[in-house]
Write a new protein. Sequence first.
Length: 632
Amino acid sequence: MAVDSQSKPSIQGDDRVGYELSVLSRLGVMLSAFWNSAVRYKIISLTVALFAIIFITAYVQVMLNEWNAPFYDSLARRDVGEFFHQLGVFGIIAGTLLILNVIQAWFNQMAALYMREGLARDLVDQWLKGKRALKLGSSGLIGVNPDQRLHEDARNLAESTTGLAIGLVQSTILLISFIGVLWELSSGFIFHFRGSSFSIPGYMVWAAIIYAASASILSQLVGRRLVRLNADRYSKEAELRFALMHANEYMPAITVASGQENERRRINGDISSVLGVIRQLAIANTNLTWVSASYGWMVLVIPILVAAPAYFAGGLSLGQLMMAVGAFNQVNTALRWYVANFGPIAEWRATLMRVTDFRQALVDMDISRDLPNTIAMEPSSADSLVLKDLEISTKTTDDIVENGFRIREGTVTVNAGEHIMVNGDHGVNRKLLFQALAGQWRCGLGEIDLPPMEQILFMPHTAYVPGGTLREAVTFPEEKDVYADADVETAIEKAGLDRLKGKLDTRARWDRMLDTDEQKAVAFAHALLAKPRWLIMDETLEGLEPDIQERFAGLLTELKDTTTIYIGRSEAYLQALSPRVIHLQALTTPAGAVSPAAAPTVATTPAATGGASKPKAFSVAFPSSVERSRRR
């Protein structure tokens, strides 16, 4: 969903903090999400059922209000027989209302459940679509703590939307039902003043409207800060939860570094921020209570005071007076729904703003932006990967590429079945090449022609081990039942995890139970199972013991039909696969100012057999700075 002209993102520096959307526009975003969700028919069915229950309840409440007249008149006449008869009528009416209230409570809970299901699944789907989650992480404040918006904000929005919507509908139906009753009762109000008599049509209706309107206006004036304060609170609470979770995850490193005191100060600072916002909320809610509580107590006598002139003049019986008081209270309650729910409405608007901003930001991740110096990504055949005059930078301005590097050999074609190693100048951030091949980094010049992405397996330096069973970790991102048990056991045994063969279906935090070497072993076990056409690795073997490097490099030789591209420096990979070496050269001048240099000379050493030679990754002869300046 594209952002229209009225929904421009509000930016402060490089940090996106939200969209300038109206409440109706935000509701439209949410309605669109629900309409496209799988639970829409359940929500529609429950909505229809709730309307029916609310209508029936309103009708029975009108009957209960009408019951006031004969009941209180029987008391005024001291008619015992009629008194007990009316008690029996009350029992039937009250029992019916009890059943209706229980049914409505059940429907309310189910509606909130399905609302949360639809919202939560939609947000997760939007978050994990394509590369949106990755892009969002670098989009400023809007990408901070997405777990808060996906979990707590989604829950609050679903539950508050259900409760407030049902309350609004119920209050509206009660207002329509009782305003006619109150108008009819007001017709009997005859006022006597200095010998003359007169009546005011709908007298008590206007009194109820004035009473509720004054309460609404005062509540709006007193409680207008609540929306912003609630949004701030949710944000600060998310930061505190993240700080606690982050400290817990890295507690071993914190303890070893004796950094507990530093973490304590940092976390206490986050706690202080939360408490500061809560303190402001407490003051705002207290001020609002002055209005809501005072009007709540006054309503006990206001309808009697309004109807008292007609009663003392003899125009109303006691039963009619109590019936008028009951109808006034129902109309006032319906009109004051906004006042009574101003605090919850403020919280609802705050969560609606946070959730819709988050969802809109995710959708915007797909909008193509005309950025300068962007690497072109083009499809290639299944048999080759082409890097055309590729230059990758860590910083881009309108006309230059800075702090980057280029492929020394110019245009490079990697054919299916080849083995490649990519290394080069010191200081070159080779990780950016891995990210560029994965489509995560587009800053630079040139073109990358990739085979179909479904044929490529990317193996980052830090292995990801998802939660769940060991089988799910080994088969990730594929389904756990894709591979036979025997194949999975063979793969983990070859990867050096034979001690875990009997624990494939054990559910645990494997990212904590396995050390770094074993986590990488899980990644290599998956590669043995998947047998990808193309395998691209980012310094995967660096930092491992030599014997473990040799084992993992030996596993790569078993992937007979796999093209391997290793970005990094690994003697084990070099010895096992005899790869073609590609070099990265640091850029020191604006893009386009340096012509591609000639390929470097690669020293070779005789092999153990047959006099063949292997390229040595660390004997690359690069032109000196003087030679490079002459070539320019």
